[in-house]
Ligand binder design. Structure first.
Ligand SMILES: Cc1cc2nc3c(=O)[nH]c(=O)nc-3n(C[C@H](O)[C@H](O)[C@H](O)COP(=O)(O)OP(=O)(O)OC[C@H]3O[C@@H](n4cnc5c(N)ncnc54)[C@H](O)[C@@H]3O)c2cc1C
Length: 388
């Protein structure tokens, strides 16, 4: 990654990568095999301030800017997509509270989210409703004392087995509304999900709400703004993190292949000498670099507060996840039978990469909105609005 970074950014990147080398890479295969993330690993993220990276300093966080956050996600994606997903969902909830929370909500939730005392989960998807997320069925009705009762089920919550606070979308008479729901609330339970192809240590869970009691003050944002505003903010944040994570996963596969092709010999020479291997390596390096550049572009738009950030982040997530799948697939190919074995990390990267094309809005959803964006910009151009 050769983009111009200043000294502070270079040293932050070094620290992130060092953390991943020391704490994540040595444990990733075991976590994947055991399908769990040990509490000590989550505590080490908290100790480094990574769980509070996006929380402003006044609330006890690191107040990290978008580029550094991206570099952190890139480093984490290099080591473990599952662990990246913890940072992702946790930061999605933080962003939503930061942007849409009242002062009292920010003061209540941000400090424990920053310290890692509370781990947050993001609960949008349901068994029957994924991409059409605005139309999820979980409902909320208000009682005379102002409290809410939530009824419904959510599925596929990353780190839902360990999170103690969930951002949940529910309908109030057809108005999509966001709620903060604590584990331990009356009528709330979680159920582990097993048998996942990838993200195996992301400790997924279903959530069950059976007249789940939620205090009046736990609505985040206004009724009816839950999807368009609160969940929208969270998903924008999630896509940004996942795009960078894909760039990291891609880089991990490239590095693994550069090492492997140097050592593995066939037909009397290291396989790096074979031109068909070189073709794959060249494509992997180029695709990986292109994914990184789109992430850097999104970071720079974030820095400038440019409204095209949302669409450019979609493009980064779309491209980077596709690149990650292709690169991880070629990495397995290059490793031959070894690539099909869990003794080599590319096997895990291959399974995890596929998930990246589905989460935070599937790639078909990204394609639809990117195409729509292209037509809108074209219209602006035709009406004499310059060449956006
Ligand atoms: C490992 C993992 C972790 C996850 N973590 C979370 C989490 O923490 N929180 C959470 O809320 N959710 C989570 N999810 C759920 C994820 O967000 C959804 O899987 C995703 O939104 C897609 O929904 P779906 O799986 O129901 O697919 P569906 O929406 O049923 O789509 C099925 C297929 O149809 C395509 N499709 C749908 N509509 C259209 C259309 N209009 N045009 C063209 N194609 C279309 C989709 O792209 C997809 O290929 C997770 C999923 C996984 C696998």
């Amino acid at each position: 990654m050769d983009m111009e970074l200043n000294a502070d950014q270079i040293s932050a990147r070094q620290a992130f990568r060092q953390f991943v080398e020391q704490h994540v890479i040595p444990t990733a295969a075991k976590c994947d095999a055991l399908r769990e993330t040990p509490p000590e690993l989550i505590e080490s993220l908290a100790r480094e301030g990574y769980l509070g990276a996006l929380v402003p300093k006044e609330y006890g966080g690191e107040g990290m800017d978008g580029l550094k956050w991206g570099l952190l996600c890139e480093a984490m994606g290099y080591g473990s997509a599952s662990l990246l997903s913890l940072l992702t969902v946790h930061s999605m909830v933080i962003q939503a509270v930061l942007k849409w929370g009242t002062q009292a909500q920010r003061e209540k939730w941000l400090p424990p989210l920053a310290s890692g005392k509370i781990i947050a989960g993001f609960a949008l998807t349901e068994n029957k409703t994924g991409s059409d997320a605005k139309n999820t069925k979980t409902s909320a009705r208000q009682q005379d004392d102002g409290t809410w009762l939530l009824q419904g089920n959510k599925k596929w919550m990353s780190f839902g087995q360990v999170a103690s606070l969930f951002l949940i979308l529910a309908q109030i008479d057809g108005k999509a509304t966001a709620f903060l729901v604590e584990r331990g609330s009356r009528g709330f339970s979680t159920e582990p999900i097993t048998g996942m192809m990838g993200f195996r240590s992301a400790m997924l869970a279903q959530l069950h709400m059976d007249d789940c009691l939620v205090p009046a003050e736990n609505i985040l944002g206004r009724p009816g703004f839950g999807f368009s505003h609160v969940i929208g903010t969270a998903l924008d944040q999630g896509r940004y993190s996942i795009a960078w994570g894909c760039a990291g996963l891609a880089r991990a596969c490239v590095d693994a292949c550069l090492d492997y092709t140097d050592q593995r010999e066939q037909f009397g020479v290291p396989i790096r000498e074979h031109q068909l291997i070189q073709e794959m390596i060249a494509d992997m390096i180029t695709q990986s670099r292109a994914a990184q550049m789109l992430c850097f572009r999104a970071a720079s738009l974030k820095e400038q507060g440019d409204p095209s950030l949302i669409m450019e982040t979609s493009m980064a997530k779309y491209f980077a996840s596709r690149a990650a799948v292709k690169i991880a697939s070629d990495a397995v190919q290059i490793h031959g039978a070894n690539g099909c074995s869990n003794q080599f990390p590319v096997e895990r990267h291959f399974r995890d990469a596929k998930i990246m094309e589905i989460i935070e809005g599937s790639n078909q959803m990204q394609q639809i909105i990117i195409a729509r964006y292209g037509y809108q910009r074209h219209q602006i151009k035709k009406k004499g609005g310059g060449n956006p």
